[in-house]
Design a protein around this ligand. Structure first.
Ligand SMILES: [Zn+2]
Length: 80
């Protein structure tokens, strides 16, 4: 049987628990992101204005075709 100090055993257990927690955190961080959601981009890159009613909305998903929530018209990315 291996003789081990109690404080060493507690330290080893806490270190192992930390390693497991860190790996789980990195695993979740890697797999939870949506591909085209860019949270670090500038806000002005996402602002689009409807050419028909002038409604301004923020499109975080960079959709090619956006439907206006006020007049229900569809606008392409190049129209705005
Ligand atoms: Zn509109």
């Amino acid at each position: 049987m291996i003789k081990m100090d109690v404080s060493f055993a507690a330290g080893a257990f806490l270190f192992a628990a930390f390693v497991v927690f860190y790996v789980a955190l990195m695993w979740c961080e890697h797999y939870q992101g949506v591909d085209n959601f860019d949270v670090n981009a500038d806000l002005t890159d996402h602002v689009r204005q409807c050419p028909y009613c002038g409604h301004v909305c923020v499109d975080y998903l960079h959709r090619k075709i956006l439907r206006c929530s006020i007049c229900s018209s569809y606008t392409e990315e190049d129209d705005a």
